[in-house]
Design a binder for this molecule. Structure first.
Ligand code: GCW
Length: 724
């Protein structure tokens, strides 16, 4: 065989390897790898030998399906299932109320602490034999418990003496898809939308089921299918029939469907002349629409609404306000048990106060005025999903309204699906932030779970990073962000370290030599991206529109607050946005303790420094470096951290298949290249103001500023076709 043919064969073989790796990636954290440790496998076999599970409903059937897929894969043998309780059963799975009295007594005490969606898994002695009980109040709790049980097997936990109860701390654990009806995904970097509208309702893609399994396995119980920049057509019968088909699948996994409601729908699909929320015909239209939707989907979740934001229609078009708009829809949904989730992501082109202040100013006066089935959804920070932002000041300040936390799982501002960034670290930082609004310890987590102010509803939403890519999320490690979001929505007090550990074990392997360094790499990855993109509180330096790569020089867009120069305010004197009383005074929206802290450049945590202060280039940082040197060194540090990530991954090679190693290795190389691009482009640009040399230790830029400014990306993914 000639060299040419040989290399073709080689290329083909590596393609096959990578392809089969992708197929494996499809399984997400539900790999159920064979358990090689004989003792562990014997223990698990004893526990799962004979399973009592009455298959009386769809959720139970799905539960049984999961067990029958997972156990043979992990243990190489099948379990016996019975519908009738038998003495030989080693695992007993049923609702608490259905358990025989003597079994109930065995778990009665613990069960008191299980909530409606929670569960219990406990080893007990029954008829002198060790058995395991999995029980819950509702069927969905049973499904969650079984997923957890299987996860514990995947992560090689000792289950012989298991005694576990767990209940979700938040009610609404939701994914927001920004999927358009043409299957493009706004800010989506993992292919097209999963929802094949053209083939629905007749064709049910197996993927819908696997998507629902993955969500249920981490407790996600709601999804909004469509983009918040909404198309009213999804509310017409032609689409509702398709939505119904999806809802029918998801129901069996405890996932409720929500839709985004375009405020002007009464005009666009209802032939009305207005969408004024105080107009009786408009109100009637929404009431009828709700009624119609519930005939298709009896457990429909409700509407998610982006109104009067970035050109979307809303009540303000008619001189009305957010309460008028939200309550009108809430009234229509109320008879059927539906919710309105009204987004607080608003900033107006007619308002020249600091964009970071606008949502708070606009919404605070409405606290306590929304109907009981309205939740207000607030992004984690006051600008827009930046690599780092201080928490949004509405958290803690808006006391009488349930606030849903909105995180972005898709990496619009964090390197798309090419950069390895473990987001639970970011989520954790926000959730652990102390708002001081009700004294010390008033953390964002306590606001979001409703415990601080006793709100009746609670929730967390994540903008999905999921698409038709075989591996779902574009980057294999981006799966960890979907996973981690779900875990934190279930329990906002979990640590990101534990989440990384769980995910790695279920996704890759349980070898400690692999887990420890790779976990460290994941936990460091978020700080790395902050360093090489937006260090020391800088923000929104992204090239505009697509947000791919740096564009700190952009200053020519229609609205000032769409231009990066608005955010960094670099000039010959210094850099940063003064949000203290000498500037926009955004700090006054925080509790006095924090406002004082943030106002003082000497005391403020330095990661927020330039978010709140405009400081001279020679300002002295805590390290003793000048601000200019400090910024430059942070950019360099970010690049160095990516190099370290590459070393870690190379060292992990013995614990990985070639495919697993290769796909992440290639992505890390791109990340390194792009980290350098960020460093060089930003430093060259800021240097035109600082007029200072790069400090020792910072590599020389590989190209000129003109070169970086000339880069254009007309087909960058995820951008909406036009801003309307
Ligand atoms: O971050 C911005 C995005 C828009 C998005 C908007 C929002 C869906 O750039 O693409 O629109 O936020 O959250 O509404």
């Amino acid at each position: 065989m000639g060299i040419f043919k040989l290399s073709l064969v080689f290329i083909f073989l590596s393609f096959l390897k990578l392809h089969s790796q992708h197929l494996d990636d499809y399984k997400l954290w539900l790999k159920y790898n064979n358990i090689e440790d004989k003792n562990l496998a014997t223990d698990y076999s004893n526990i799962t030998n004979s399973i009592y599970l009455p298959t009386t409903s769809e959720i139970y059937t799905n539960t049984k399906k999961e067990l029958s897929t997972a156990i043979p894969q992990m243990l190489g043998r099948e379990s016996t299932f019975t519908d009738a309780l038998r003495p030989e059963n080693s695992l007993i799975i049923d609702l608490y109320d259905n358990l025989p009295k003597d079994l109930q007594l065995k778990v009665e005490r613990e069960f008191k602490n299980v909530s409606n969606e929670g569960f219990l898994i406990k080893s007990v002695k029954y008829n002198n034999a060790p058995i395991t009980i999995i029980s819950a109040k509702k069927e969905i709790g049973i499904l969650y418990a079984v997923f957890r049980f299987l996860h514990l097997m995947q992560t090689h936990e000792n289950l012989k003496e298991i005694d576990l109860i767990d209940s979700p701390k938040l009610q609404l654990r939701m994914l927001n898809h920004w999927d358009n009806l043409d299957r493009t995904v706004e800010r989506g970097y993992a292919g097209f939308s999963l929802w094949n509208w053209q083939k629905l309702p007749g064709y049910i893609d197996e993927r819908y089921i696997d998507y629902a399994r993955a969500n249920a396995s981490i407790g996600i119980n709601a999804i909004s299918l469509t983009n918040v920049n909404a198309n009213a057509l999804v509310l017409t019968p032609m689409y509702l029939e398709k939505v119904e088909a999806l809802a029918n699948i998801f129901r069996g996994y405890g996932v409720k469907v929500y839709l985004t409601a375009r405020f002007s729908a009464p005009i666009e699909i209802g032939k009305l002349k207005t969408a004024d929320p105080l107009d009786v015909a408009v109100q009637k239209w929404w009431q009828n629409k709700a009624k119609e939707i519930y005939t298709f989907i009896p457990d429909f979740g409700g509407f998610l609404v982006k109104a009067n934001s970035e050109g979307q229609p809303g009540p303000q078009n008619y001189g009305r306000n957010h309460v008028d708009g939200a309550n009108m829809m809430a009234k229509a949904l109320e008879p059927f048990g539906g919710n309105v989730i009204w987004r607080a992501f608003v900033y107006s082109e007619h308002d020249d106060t600091d964009r970071a202040k606008q949502a708070y100013d606009e919404f605070l006066p409405y606290d306590g005025k929304f109907m009981d089935n309205v939740l207000v959804q607030v992004k984690n920070g006051p600008i827009d999903f930046q690599p780092r932002e201080p928490f949004h000041p509405m958290f803690g300040a808006m006391k009488k309204t349930p606030l849903v936390m909105e995180f972005q799982i898709t990496q619009e501002y964090l390197g798309f699906s090419t950069h390895l960034v473990f987001l639970p670290k970011l989520f954790e930082e926000v959730l652990d932030s102390d708002t001081y609004q009700k004294g010390k310890g008033s953390t964002v987590a306590k606001i979001v779970d409703g415990s601080l102010y006793g709100n009746k509803l609670s929730g967390m939403a994540g903008v999905a990073n999921i698409g038709t890519d075989i591996n779902w999320t574009g980057h294999p490690f981006a799966q960890a962000n979907w996973y981690g979001f779900g875990r934190l929505a279930w329990d906002p007090y979990l640590s990101s370290e534990m989440i990384a550990d769980e995910w790695l074990r279920a996704t890759y392997n349980n070898d400690q030599e692999f887990i420890e360094p790779v976990k460290k790499m994941m936990l460091m990855s978020r700080e790395a991206v902050v360093n090489y993109m937006n260090p020391l509180g800088l923000h929104h330096l992204f090239d505009t529109g697509h947000h791919y790569g740096p564009g700190p020089w952009v200053n020519n867009l229609g609205r000032p607050d769409w231009n990066p120069v608005y955010y960094h305010k670099a000039d010959t004197m210094g850099i940063g946005f003064d949000r203290t009383p000498t500037g926009s005074n955004a700090t006054e929206q925080y509790a006095p303790y924090l406002a004082n802290l943030y106002n003082d450049p000497k005391r403020i945590p330095e990661e927020y420094l330039l978010w709140f202060h405009h400081l001279p280039w020679d300002y002295k940082l805590k390290s003793g470096e000048s601000l200019w040197d400090g910024i430059a060194l942070k950019y360099q540090k970010g690049v160095n951290q990516v190099s370290e990530m590459i070393t870690t991954w190379n060292n992990a090679k013995p614990y990985l298949t070639e495919g697993q190693y290769k796909e992440v290795e290639m992505l890390l190389q791109i990340q390194l290249k792009e980290a350098k691009w960020w460093r060089d482009a930003c430093l060259l640009y800021f240097q035109t103001f600082s007029q200072r040399p790069l400090p020792a230790g910072v590599e020389k830029p590989a190209n000129s500023l003109e070169y970086f400014e000339s880069l254009k990306f007309p087909f960058a993914p995820g951008i909406r076709p036009q801003w309307d």
